[in-house]
Design a protein. Structure first.
Length: 265
């Protein structure tokens, strides 16, 4: 099986082109988990299938590192756009189908194998605030809590305590800790991802969730762009917050890079 490896702000994915031949199916959990294993396989935070779609440029099917099909992966969505561009399937824009519905994206190639991708996310209407945390769905479910200094957090311990709490253990949730920059412009974030069950260098839907939660906490309104610094790189979230608190025209923006390609039995 031929594969490609892409990363977006340190969030890395195995890419498989299934337009001509079906290499993997949703039933191949153990095989996908092994391919994502960093010691016995290729190594990745997740695996993505690029498949034909009758109505869109392509379909994205995403699996977590545990081999299970999962909800939307924002950085994975940006990386598959870069992959489709590299294959010559799309030009500077596209529309593709993901598990949460259709998405559009714009792409600029900045160097060989290096891209800037802007992914249109679904609108967000409901943000649940309890005590000191926000819970919202940006294509995947996220818990966001703001802390004074995110660099000092024990992210794995904090993430597990929330992800496996009575409140969330049945379905699981992605856990984000974030710090507002002292300048008031932007955030720093760390994320524990379900399915990976560890801290990852970035999470696109988590970055989006934290930016929206910051807008609620800081009472920002109107159109804005929030820069977000993850461990693996810098991203930005562009959106409009309506007077009723709903969020629309949400775009996740950041780098995507082709790392290598190869073959594996």
């Amino acid at each position: 099986m031929q594969f490609w490896k892409f990363q977006g702000a340190g969030n890395d994915f195995v890419m498989v082109d299934q337009r001509q031949q079906q290499w993997l199916t949703r039933a191949d959990q153990a095989r996908i988990e092994r391919l994502c294993d960093r010691r016995f396989g290729i190594g990745a935070d997740g695996l993505i299938l690029l498949q034909n779609s009758a109505e869109y440029d392509f379909e994205m099917v995403y699996f977590n590192a545990d081999g299970r099909e999962s909800t939307l992966c924002g950085n994975g969505g940006r990386c598959i756009v870069a992959f489709a561009h590299q294959l010559g399937l799309i030009g500077e824009s596209c529309r593709f189908l993901a598990i949460d519905g259709p998405h559009e994206a714009n792409i600029q190639q900045r160097a060989t194998g290096k891209y800037w991708v802007e992914l249109h996310m679904n609108d967000v209407q409901n943000i649940d605030f309890q005590e000191d945390n926000y819970v919202l769905n940006t294509g995947s479910p996220h818990y966001v809590r703001f802390v004074p200094n995110v660099e000092q957090a024990d992210m794995v311990s904090e993430g597990k305590s929330v992800r496996y709490s009575d409140r969330f253990k049945a379905q699981g949730i992605n856990v984000n800790l974030a710090t507002l920059n002292s300048s008031g412009n932007g955030l720093r974030i760390r994320t524990y991802e379900r399915g990976v069950e560890d801290e990852t260098l970035a999470c696109g839907t988590g970055v989006t969730a934290a930016a929206l939660a910051a807008a609620v906490q800081q009472k920002w309104e109107g159109e804005m762009e929030v820069p977000v610094q993850a461990l693996g790189g810098n991203l930005a979230v562009r959106f409009k917050r309506e007077g009723n608190g709903e969020f629309s025209n949400i775009w996740l923006c950041g780098p995507a890079e082709a790392v290598f390609e190869g073959r594996i039995d």
